[in-house]
Ligand binder design. Structure first.
Ligand SMILES: NC(=O)c1ccc[n+]([C@@H]2O[C@H](COP(=O)([O-])OP(=O)(O)OC[C@H]3O[C@@H](n4cnc5c(N)ncnc54)[C@H](OP(=O)(O)O)[C@@H]3O)[C@@H](O)[C@H]2O)c1
Length: 308
């Protein structure tokens, strides 16, 4: 069977037994991250659900245990908007754990006004990209202990928007809620391209995905009760489920057909749902110059260095 036909027929049932493998998932308490955690746990993986609120993480663990009572689950409190929180969480994990699969999945979208993280970064870019940049660097010792590790970063189709070009990263000159989101999602792609280049020849691979679209808590920042009601109704009519939206992450994390550096998305013509497969990178996002620029800026802003 060729890689193409395997991809065409891929469903989560194709996932091999994952006993002995450990996955770390940011945003594991909600939406796509929770669904990713559930499916990996059902296939035998030990899953570390990472989130910023222990109560929400405990609820997520209870929810997964409803379908898989013997699921091997742990939690890690980490706020991606705080470099101190990331340092504390990753130091503990990096000391003892082996991580085979890292899902940089957490994210915020459509934050109405410019806000900042506790380190002063614009909130959307700071959480979605810089937080994951620092987290990935902190988890490298745990990833290197794996015989074959994969880092899956969850981007979005917004990465292809022209407004997402990587300039004014902190949105200091002008702020637009979805422009900040598009920049952060483009950064997820460019980060993965640069990481994959830097990881060449190691046992760690880096892949980026876009999940299509799904009704999750991501739409919660819409302004005002009317807008929120409109978004809630429109979302339910137009968007898919977190179950389907987790397929690109699950495929990217577990399929032997996936290669480092690939961008994985749904195959449907509307690009919102369907079997996951490699899709074209956003224009210029594979350019080494863009990757080098983003890497240098991320190091400068966070003070974090990768030990690859
Ligand atoms: N849903 C879609 O249609 C869609 C489309 C394209 C891309 N995506 C991407 O898919 C990923 C998952 O989103 P989702 O749709 O599943 O949304 P979601 O249900 O809102 O989940 C987002 C997760 O990120 C966590 N998070 C947010 N800020 C954080 C922080 N500072 N520190 C740690 N965790 C934080 C949230 O934690 P709390 O519960 O504590 O807030 C939540 O667990 C995101 O990267 C998003 O950009 C989603």
């Amino acid at each position: 069977m060729t890689a193409t036909t395997r991809t065409a027929r891929w469903t989560p049932e194709a996932i091999a037994d994952l006993h002995g493998r450990t996955a770390f998932i940011t945003g594991g308490n909600s939406g796509i991250g929770l669904e990713t955690a559930r499916v990996l746990a059902v296939h035998g993986a030990r899953v570390i659900l990472a989130g910023r609120n222990q109560d929400k993480l405990d609820e997520a663990v209870a929810e997964i245990r409803k379908v898989q009572p013997d699921a091997r689950l742990d939690t890690a409190v980490v706020d991606l908007g705080s470099l101190a929180s990331i340092r504390t969480a990753t130091a503990r994990v990096a000391e003892t754990e082996t991580i085979d699969l890292l899902f940089n999945n957490a994210g915020v979208m459509n934050v109405p006004e410019r806000r900042t993280t506790s380190d002063g970064f614009e909130l959307t870019f700071g959480t979605n990209h810089l937080g994951h940049f620092a987290l990935t660097a902190g988890l490298m010792p745990a990833l290197r202990r794996s015989r074959a590790a994969r880092i899956v970063t969850v981007s979005a189709i917004a990465a292809t928007w022209r407004s997402g070009r990587l300039a004014d990263l902190m949105s200091e000159r002008s702020y637009g809620a979805m422009t900040a989101y598009a920049k952060s999602k483009r950064a997820n792609v460019a980060f993965t391209q640069e990481l994959a280049r830097r990881l060449t020849g190691t046992t760690v691979e880096a892949v980026v995905v876009h999940p299509g679209s799904a009704v999750t808590n991501l739409q919660r920042h819409s302004e005002g009760p009317l807008a929120r009601a409109f978004v809630a109704i429109a979302s339910r009519l137009l968007l898919g489920s977190p179950e389907g939206a987790a397929w690109p992450s699950l495929y990217a994390g577990t399929s032997p057909d996936v290669r480092s550096g690939q961008f994985i998305g749904p195959a449907g013509r509307d690009q919102t749902s369907g079997t996951p497969r490699p899709v074209a990178l956003p224009d210029g996002a594979g350019d080494p110059a863009e990757g080098a620029f983003l890497w240098a800026e991320s190091e400068r802003l966070t003070g974090v260095r990768f030990d690859l």
